[in-house]
Ligand binder design. Structure first.
Ligand SMILES: Cc1cc2nc3c(=O)[nH]c(=O)nc-3n(C[C@H](O)[C@H](O)[C@H](O)COP(=O)(O)OP(=O)(O)OC[C@H]3O[C@@H](n4cnc5c(N)ncnc54)[C@H](O)[C@@H]3O)c2cc1C
Length: 364
């Protein structure tokens, strides 16, 4: 989010200082693991659709500006009970925003994508525009373009505190002090430490794994195998990716222990692997035996799993961005634009009502 905001701000001629405690992209926050899903028929809420449409446009612009390939279109399957949270939610978003989609029966999924095995009683919604983004490359690209346009990017520098006064923000880091007219706080799992007002965020340890296909490797190729979300039990989802040459990636969404970025267990145990293996055995049996690699990442969750993108309640020059809850990356190109708009114009063209920081005190 910070790299996209830096690029979008410097494009507008704003003087930008970007500060990161590590050297992004890195493996300590939420933006590593080689791939992220982008999808449009958004089961979480139809209000995300305009944001993801803008994100697609901006990813394309970034590809053009950099010559990098950041997005791979694979199509996307939302698999589950016909009226479950996933399929019904995706259908509702598709209908309300006139998005193209197909509904496939269990048999149709199995015959079109033979390595994917939904169970009886499940159907799938297939959306054509879904696919994969390469998160590390996206971050690198935003930062490279921002740097080329004059952004001052400081790595290995940790923000310790900030304060506002006389219409300016003073930021204290472990290296010194910086003065600015505005501050964008996009600190991922560290945001609560820096926001300076109570945010109802919890950090969740999240795993992903790469499985070696045991047979029929070619059928996991991205030309033949879409990304898929699976509602494997009511309101519980895991995701699978095609094989990009390093195995079939899979991860269970929201299945981890609550932790902090400092205390999190960063190693993966045999027990950790078993939960994912059990779901792969059920639904993707041609890639369930050998795990090639497993990694730990962090979700920063709000209670309703919608983002926080808002101004600080007491300091209008400070903007808070927590677009995680496990599904923020795809939007980051557009969220960079939103954050830049909030700084430069004081408002965004996007409807940010769903993301207001103050909503948690109100009756939902
Ligand atoms: C396993 C996993 C799978 C996911 N899958 C998807 C997916 O398929 N599709 C999707 O759209 N989203 C997905 N997400 C969510 C998505 O990756 C996140 O929403 C997104 O990456 C969050 O980015 P961020 O910039 O908010 O946080 P981060 O990437 O963590 O960035 C925060 C940055 O702030 C810096 N920082 C923190 N504190 C300080 C400080 N005090 N001083 C200086 N710098 C500081 C950190 O070093 C870090 O670089 C997934 C997340 C995980 C963990």
């Amino acid at each position: 989010m910070g790299s996209a905001a830096a690029y979008q701000l410097v494009r507008r001629g704003v003087r930008v200082l970007g500060i990161d405690r590590y050297s992004p992209p890195h493996v300590f926050g939420s933006t590593h693991g080689k791939t992220r899903i982008i999808r449009e028929a958004y089961f979480e809420h139809p209000a995300y659709v305009p944001l993801v449409r803008r994100a697609y446009e901006l990813w394309q612009e970034l590809e053009k500006a950099s010559g990098q390939e950041l997005f791979l279109q694979t199509g996307g399957l939302m698999v589950g009970p016909p009226e479950g949270m996933l399929v019904a939610g995706a259908r509702q978003s598709a209908i309300s925003h006139s998005l193209p989609y197909e509904e496939l029966s269990t048999e149709e999924v199995r015959s079109r994508f033979p390595v994917l095995h939904p169970e009886e009683g499940m159907i799938a919604l297939l959306e054509p525009r879904a696919g994969i983004l390469y998160p590390e490359l996206c971050v690198e690209t935003n930062l490279a373009l921002a740097g080329a346009l004059g952004a001052d990017l400081q790595y290995g520098e940790r923000v310790v505190s900030w304060q506002c006064g006389n219409g300016a923000v003073q930021v204290t880091t472990d290296r010194g002090r910086h003065d600015a007219s505005h501050l964008v706080l996009a600190a991922g799992p560290w945001l609560s430490e820096l926001a300076d007002f109570p945010l109802p965020l919890t950090v969740e340890r999240q795993l992903f794994h790469w499985f070696k296909p045991s047979e029929r490797h070619g059928l996991f190729h991205p030309d033949k195998c879409p990304i898929a979300l699976w509602e494997y039990k009511p309101d519980s989802i895991f995701a699978t990716f095609p094989d990009l040459g390093n195995g079939v990636k899979a991860g269970i969404h929201h299945d981890g222990e609550i932790t902090t970025p400092d205390a999190v267990r960063r190693d993966v145990s045999h027990e950790d692997d078993q939960a994912m293996r059990a779901q792969m055995r059920r639904f993707v049996p041609a890639a369930c035996d050998r795990i090639l690699d497993s990694r730990v990442c962090l979700y920063t969750n709000t209670p309703d799993h919608h983002f926080i993108i808002d101004r600080h309640p007491e300091h209008r020059e400070v903007i808070i961005a927590s677009p995680c809850s496990g599904h923020g990356f795809k939007f980051s190109s557009a969220i960079g634009e939103v954050l830049a708009d909030l700084v430069v114009a004081g408002e965004s063209k996007m409807d940010l009502t769903l993301f207001e920081a103050g909503r948690f005190g109100k009756r939902q």
